[in-house]
Design a binder for this molecule. Structure first.
Ligand code: 6PG
Length: 470
C-alpha cells in the first residue's frame, strides 16, 4: 500500500487518530511495538483504509515519499527509542511528528538531531482526549515551517471544526507546538482546580449533594462559564456508582494524579520570569492532595469551626460563579503572558490570537470566553496579559466584589481556594501601582549590599543601613 501516513503507537489516542485519518480518506499504515495490539486493532477497525506493518522496515516501505510519520507513544524515553529505530530507515525530506505531551526542550533537541540527517521533526500538541482524537482534536503543530507545509493538509482535515475554521494552525518555530500544548494544560489544571473549589464551596457552604451541584454547573454552563469542563463536571457529578447507587464522585479517592505538563508550565513561567500563580497553585493543590494520610491525621489535630455563608444561597452561588470566572480570566491572562514571553525569548514567532482560535473547539479548555479573548488579542496583539485592554478589565471589575466575598467566606470557613486566592492576588497585584517590593529591595541591600534603585533619581544605590545590620 502506498500509504500517506505511518502511525506509530496504538494506545487509545493512536488508535482513534488512525481511525480519524482513515475516515478522512488518508491511507494509514499503523505500527505498534507489540504485534498483538496491531492485529486486534485491525480486526476491530476492519473496512477503513488501514494497513499494518510489523517491523519498522515494513512501515517505511509502506509509505510514499516524502514519508510522514506520527508518533503516538508515551512522552520521554520511548520517543527517543522509536527515533533511534526509525531515523536510519528514513530519507531526507521525510517528516516525523510527535503527537505526545513531550517537553518542548526535548522537541527542540529532536528537531536538531533529525535535521542533522536531513529529516524534519515537528512537535504536535494534540488536545481533546480520546474522543477528540477520533472526532476532531485541537492541533498545535510547531517546528520547521517547511515540514508543517508537508503535513498541513492532513492535519487540517482531521482537526475539530470551530466557528472560525479547523482548529489547527502553525504555532511557531522550534518547540512552539509543545510549548503551546503545555500552556494549554496549565490552563486546564487551573480551570479544573477552580471548578473543584467552587464545588467545595457548594458542598461546605450549602451542604448540597452532587446532583444539586450538577444543576448549578448546568446553569453556569448557560452563561459566561459555558465550557467543555463546566459541562463535563455536571455530567461527572450526576454519574452514579453502579454498585452502591451513590454519586460515583463521592467514592473516588481525593488524591489527584498528574503526568507533568501542568508542572512544566509552572516551571517555565518561573524560568521565563512570568507571574503565573494560578497555574502554579493548581499544580501545588494536586500535589498537596496526594498527602491524604497526613491530611487525615492533621484534620483531627487542627479542627476548624464550620461557617455558613452570610449571604442567601443564591447570592453565595453567584459569588462563587464570579470567583470561577476570575480564575478562568486570570489563568488565560497568565498563560497568554507566558506564551508571549516564550515566543520572544525562544524566537517562536507564535501568533497568540491563532492559538486561541485553535482552542475554540476540540480541546479540553474550549470555552465561551475564548472568542472574546481572541478578539481582544486581534485588536491589540502586543498586550502581553490582556490587562491593558478596557473590555477585559471591565469583565474583571464586574466580578471582583463577588469573588472577594466568596474568598472571604472560604478563608473564614477553612476551605482552601488556592486558584481563587491566587487569581485575586494576581489581579490585585497587577492593579496596584505601588507594591511593598521597595521594602524587599531595602532588606536585600541591608543584609547583602544588593543595591536598589530610587523612584526620584536614576542610578543604582547602596546604603550602610545601620550598625546592627546582619
Ligand atoms: C488534553 C489533555 C491531555 C492530558 C490529560 C492528563 O488536552 O487532551 O491535556 O493531553 O494528557 O489532561 O493530564 P494529567 O495526567 O497531567 O492530568
Amino acid at each position: 500500500m502506498n500509504a500517506d501516513l505511518g502511525l506509530i503507537g496504538l494506545a487509545a489516542m493512536g488508535q482513534n487518530l488512525a481511525l480519524n485519518f482513515a475516515q478522512k480518506g488518508f491511507r494509514v499504515c499503523v505500527y505498534n511495538r507489540t504485534p498483538e495490539q496491531t492485529r486486534a486493532f485491525l480486526e476491530q477497525a476492519g473496512g477503513e483504509p488501514l494497513c499494518a506493518a510489523y517491523t519498522p522496515e515494513d512501515l517505511v516501505r509502506c509509505l510514499h515519499p516524502p514519508r510522514r510519520l506520527l508518533l503516538m507513544v508515551r512522552a520521554g524515553a520511548a520517543v527517543d527509542e522509536v527515533l533511534e529505530q526509525m531515523v536510519p530507515l528514513l530519507a531526507p525530506g521525510d517528516v516525523v511528528m510527535d503527537g505526545g505531551n513531550s517537553h518542548y526542550a526535548e522537541t527542540e533537541r529532536r528537531i536538531q538531531a533529525l535535521a542533522a540527517h536531513g529529516l524534519f521533526f515537528l512537535g504536535v500538541g494534540i488536545s481533546g482526549g480520546t474522543a477528540g482524537a477520533r472526532w476532531g482534536p485541537s492541533l498545535m503543530p510547531g517546528g520547521p515551517l517547511e515540514a508543517y507545509a508537508a503535513v498541513e493538509d492532513m492535519l487540517l482535515r482531521i482537526a475539530a471544526i470551530g466557528d472560525a475554521g479547523p482548529c489547527c494552525a502553525y504555532m511557531g518555530r522550534g518547540g512552539a507546538g509543545h510549548f503551546v500544548k503545555m500552556t494549554h494544560n496549565g490552563i486546564e489544571y487551573a480551570i479544573m482546580q477552580g471548578i473543584a473549589e467552587a464545588y467545595d464551596g457548594m458542598r461546605a457552604g450549602l451542604g448540597i449533594p452532587p446532583d444539586a451541584a450538577a444543576e448549578v454547573f448546568e446553569r453556569w454552563n448557560q452563561g459566561s462559564l459555558q465550557a467543555y469542563l463546566t459541562e463535563l463536571t455536571a455530567r461527572v457529578l450526576r454519574h452514579r456508582d453502579r454498585e452502591t447507587g451513590e454519586p460515583l464522585v463521592e467514592r473516588i479517592l481525593d488524591a489527584a494524579e498528574q503526568k507533568g505538563t501542568g508542572r512544566w508550565a509552572a516551571q517555565s513561567a518561573l524560568e521565563l520570569g512570568i507571574p503565573a500563580p494560578t497555574l502554579t497553585a493548581a499544580v501545588i493543590a494536586r500535589t498537596l492532595s496526594f498527602y491524604k494520610a497526613d491530611r487525615e491525621r492533621i484534620a483531627a489535630l487542627l479542627p476548624w469551626p464550620e461557617r455558613a455563608p452570610a449571604a442567601p444561597p443564591e447570592e453565595f452561588l453567584a459569588d462563587l460563579e464570579d470567583g470561577l470566572n476570575l480564575v478562568v480570566l486570570a489563568a488565560f491572562s497568565q498563560a497568554l503572558w507566558l506564551l508571549s514571553e516564550a515566543s520572544r525569548q525562544y524566537g517562536y514567532g507564535t501568533d497568540r490570537a491563532e492559538v486561541l482560535r485553535v482552542w475554540r473547539a476540540g480541546c479540553i479548555i474550549r470555552a465561551r470566553w475564548i472568542p472574546f479573548l481572541e478578539e481582544i488579542l486581534r485588536e491589540d496583539p502586543e498586550d502581553p496579559h490582556l490587562l491593558f485592554h478596557p473590555r477585559f478589565l471591565a469583565q474583571v471589575r464586574e466580578r471582583l466584589p463577588g469573588a472577594v466575598r466568596a474568598l472571604q467566606w472560604a478563608l473564614e470557613a477553612g476551605v482552601p481556594m488556592p486558584a481563587l486566592s491566587t487569581a485575586l492576588d494576581y489581579l490585585q497585584g497587577m492593579r496596584r501601582a505601588r507594591l511593598p517590593a521597595n521594602l524587599i529591595q531595602a532588606q536585600r541591600d541591608a543584609f547583602g549590599a544588593h543595591t536598589y534603585r530610587r523612584i526620584d533619581r536614576p542610578g543604582v544605590f547602596h546604603t550602610e543601613w545601620s550598625a546592627q545590620g546582619g
